[in-house]
Design a protein around this ligand. Structure first.
Ligand code: PLP
Length: 463
């Protein structure tokens, strides 16, 4: 498809640098211009309607046309369009939101620090972990452990936590002080014949060995998404977190739970920590916190961390950290309204009432010739594509098989996301059972066409 001169597409190519996009390919194919939203659908500038099978970027929990969130933003704009939280300033929606989040928290928490994105939240959590250990007289505790295939963001520190090659390559990352341990994906990394619990033990042993090699008194914190979403929907095996947390306690290492995707109902509980039994010291949240209608994220810290942070800021004279727009009144007002909607509509029970349909539909792809593994929890899931179901061999990445599925899905009115070899589903939580069926019907057509394309010799052509 050629890009018309002077069209909005041509102007995009001329002036916009896109995240997570191949800039060379983009110059040829141009952007997909999304114009409007309607429930779980988005509509492009040619009037085509797409089911947003990924809720945007795992975030638009209430779909794309929730009037109450628009009204909340407008009301707040009229009252106080901006104020900050520096130097002890505050405003009512920030206070109310902090109270509400502490009430909802899966473990007792003390304070909420406002930021604007998941990356900023995780960056802040790292800084607070360092500040904490310095404050309690353990200045050597500086190393942070994350996991291979984790996703925690893209700032220098959070991209270092992220365990995906394209977030490091040519960015000169990860920084030192950040280490990666085993990824708990049984399907891909278990030894032949190894059951899930034995695999979980091996992952925990690997963590302990890493801590011992590095020196327990040099390790500050361990980061975990309860379910690792962007790495390909990695559901940890039973007993994994029990074993991991016992080791963290043993070596006095903080547990930081990244609830940026799992938070607010996605896994069938309010938080992924509840679904998987995590008891963190620090929690980061974003995305569904405001149903993505405003950029907002938070770091929540427990009393143990807070009291050390408090003492250090008292000694130094300030907490030398903060973002101009952290706790922005419009964002906090929209997040508060989002939480009200979740409560009134009992979003957790709604997710529970449809997640059976979602998961059984997902598992029904297991018989597809391209699908090696179908996995998920609650209203999030992924299909891992393989070229050989028995050997689990992956496709040559240069063939772009998962991307091809994504392109075919678009033709059938479905937006999904290919992440590595996986096709991901994480629709707005307001999706109905009938819409789940329609989403999977479109996905199946895309997979069938991709299979036919492969059978027709596409790999030879690509080679
Ligand atoms: N943490 C997790 C688990 C995420 O999935 C993401 C983004 O997808 C982030 C952090 C980073 O959030 P942001 O893109 O808002 O910086």
């Amino acid at each position: 498809m050629s890009i018309r001169p002077n069209s909005i597409e041509a102007r995009d190519v001329a002036r916009v640098l896109h995240p997570y996009t191949n800039a060379v390919a983009h110059e040829k194919v141009g952007p997909m211009m999304i114009e409007r939203g309607d429930g779980i659908y988005v509509i492009d500038n040619e009037g085509n309607r797409y089911i947003e099978g990924l809720a945007g970027l795992f975030c638009a929990s209430l779909g794309f046309s929730e009037q109450r969130l628009m009204d909340a933003a407008y009301r707040q704009m009229q009252k106080l369009p901006f104020y900050h939280s520096f130097g002890g300033k505050s405003h009512d929606t920030a206070v109310e939101l902090a109270e509400r989040l502490v009430d909802l928290s899966p473990v007792p928490m003390s304070k909420v620090f406002f930021v604007n994105s998941g990356s900023e939240a995780n960056d802040t959590a790292i800084k607070l972990a360092w500040y904490y250990h310095n404050s309690i007289g353990r200045p050597a505790k500086k190393k942070i452990i994350s996991r291979m295939r984790a996703y925690h963001g893209v700032t220098i520190a959070s991209a270092s936590l992220t365990g995906l090659v394209n977030n490091h390559r040519d960015f000169d990352l990860p920084i030192d002080r950040v280490l990666h341990t085993e990824c708990p994906l049984h399907y891909r990394y278990a030894n032949p014949g190894e059951d899930e619990e034995t695999f979980a033990t091996r992952c925990a042993d690997a963590l302990e060995q890493l801590i011992q090699r590095e020196g327990p008194d040099t390790v500050a914190a361990f980061f975990a998404e309860p379910l690792m979403a962007s790495g390909g929907c990695i559901v940890p095996p039973p007993t994994y977190y029990e074993k991991i947390q016992a080791i963290l306690r043993k070596y006095e290492i903080l547990l930081i739970a990244d609830e940026v995707i799992c938070g607010f109902g996605r896994t069938g509980n309010m938080f992924g920590c509840e679904t998987f039994g995590l008891k963190p010291d620090v929690i980061t949240m974003a995305k569904q916190l405001s149903a993505a209608y405003q950029p907002i994220a938070v770091v929540m810290i427990n009393e143990k961390v807070y009291s050390a942070v408090r003492d250090a800021s008292g000694r130094i004279g300030t907490l030398g950290h903060g973002f101009t727009y952290g706790g922005h009144p419009v964002a906090t007002a929209v997040a508060l309204e989002t939480l009200k909607i979740y409560q009134e509509r009992d979003i957790v029970n709604h997710v529970r009432s449809i997640m059976g349909e979602f998961q059984s539909g997902l598992k029904s792809f297991a018989d597809h010739p391209l699908v090696g593994n179908a996995r998920g929890v609650g209203l999030i899931g992924a299909l891992e594509l393989v070229s050989n179901k028995d050997s689990k061999e992956v496709f040559d990445p240069s063939w772009g098989v998962a991307a091809h599925v994504g392109e075919r899905a678009l033709k059938h009115g479905l937006i999904t996301r290919a992440l590595g070899d996986t096709i991901n589903f994480c629709p707005p939580m307001i999706i109905t059972k009938a819409e789940i069926g329609e989403m999977y019907a479109r996905a199946r057509r895309a997979l069938d066409e991709t299979y036919a394309w492969l059978q027709a010799g596409r790999p030879a052509a690509a080679a």
